[in-house]
Design a protein around this ligand. Sequence first.
Ligand SMILES: *[C@@H]1O[C@H](CO)[C@@H](O)[C@H](O)[C@H]1NC(C)=O
Ligand SMILES: *[C@@H]1O[C@H](CO)[C@@H](O)[C@H](O)[C@H]1NC(C)=O
Ligand SMILES: *[C@@H]1O[C@H](CO)[C@@H](O)[C@H](O)[C@H]1NC(C)=O
Ligand SMILES: *[C@@H]1O[C@H](CO)[C@@H](O)[C@H](O)[C@H]1NC(C)=O
Length: 380
Amino acid sequence: MVGKIMVSLVSLILVVGVVLGVAIALHKGSKDDAEQSTKVQMKANIEEFCKPAEFQIPCFKSLDSVAKNDSATMKDYLLASLKVTGDEIKKSLEVVEKNPIDNKTDPYNHMAVEDCKELLQYAVEELQDSYSMVGDTELHSLGDRVSELLNWLGAVYSYQSMCLDSIDKPEYKQDLENGMRSATQLTHNAINIVAKISTVLQAFNVSSTITTSSNNHRRLLGYPTWFPVADPRKPLDNQFNTITADGKEIASKPGGVVFQNCRIVPEMELFPVRFQLASYLGRPWKPYATTVFMESELGDFIRPEGWMIWQGASFEQTCHYYEFANRGPGAIINNRNKSFRNFRLLNPIEAAKYTVDRFINGNDWLRYTGAPYYLGLGGR
Ligand SMILES: *[C@@H]1O[C@H](CO)[C@@H](O)[C@H](O)[C@H]1NC(C)=O
Ligand SMILES: *[C@@H]1O[C@H](CO)[C@@H](O)[C@H](O)[C@H]1NC(C)=O
Ligand SMILES: *[C@@H]1O[C@H](CO)[C@@H](O)[C@H](O)[C@H]1NC(C)=O
Ligand SMILES: *[C@@H]1O[C@H](CO)[C@@H](O)[C@H](O)[C@H]1NC(C)=O
């Protein structure tokens, strides 16, 4: 039995491509210690821990001190990486504060910088929360909190990129980008690392052993901060309209934009002029833009090619645009633009991943908001 489990564990680890030093002791016996039945001790070393990271050298440098400790666990590594990331974001906040822009000569960028400070402050707070959460969580129950953690880290990343995107003065933007590089790279790394930790923990069924006990003290976190990010910019040119422009930059960062049971139709007063500008369901603002329209009515003003490319980039090759069970003249997909490599109609099993229940864990928090909702497919 133990041998069999070990074999399947080994193959699972190979499948996810992450090799962690693992010592597992199974205590079989008394029925009352179901929760204790699997004790998992995961030691990590720096090569293994940094393997999923996009920016290897910053990952190694930032974990220098914890790497010196031979008995450091995966949790120690994770805490250290969150701590360093937070420190770097504080440094980028200092860079922003050191470069004020005169409100008289450049009110637009003055305002952008003020917003930027606020965003970075949020990022610092969110990272501090993440740090405390990981600190308070036993490693064996971390698997249960990973999606929360990914949401927070995703928000930390978004705050930094919103800050940079809001500034339009090129030389200032460049300075800021340089000043923030270390912070954004470390945040990017943290997201990829946590996403892999989740895979490993799930492979070990670590999360499922504790789900019942940890649910009791699950904190209500409120709205995930990335929720939902429909086109935040006024239209940049007036050749066309897009309903969405998702800005997901990291494949393993959670989030995206989902429309379910919506009516995508023109306002009454715009109805006569609805064909004057071409209208599209979305345009990929960043490489992993993720957008789903499902169980919705799409009006005749949506162009048959459906989706618009982002000029000057090739994000149509990497973005994730899907449709499922839409109706109305705009929902005919025969002439959707074939350049969107991943585009397709989902089947119901795939579509279920984008429902309120699965995509935003709505069952855990929406009831506290008083907002009406349904969790799955086929609601009204
Ligand atoms: C090394 O890691 C272990 C395991 O987390 C910890 O108990 C110990 O205090 C650490 N040693 C140092 C010097 O930080
Ligand atoms: C910047 O100047 C504008 C007027 O040009 C004023 O309305 C605004 O309050 C000023 N903002 C700050 C932060 O001083
Ligand atoms: C994890 O749980 C599933 C379903 O409960 C089971 O089929 C699988 O064998 C378990 N994996 C391990 C590694 O114990
Ligand atoms: C489809 O996308 C390509 C870019 O890959 C673009 O050149 C082409 O104009 C698009 N076709 C339509 C009909 O929009």
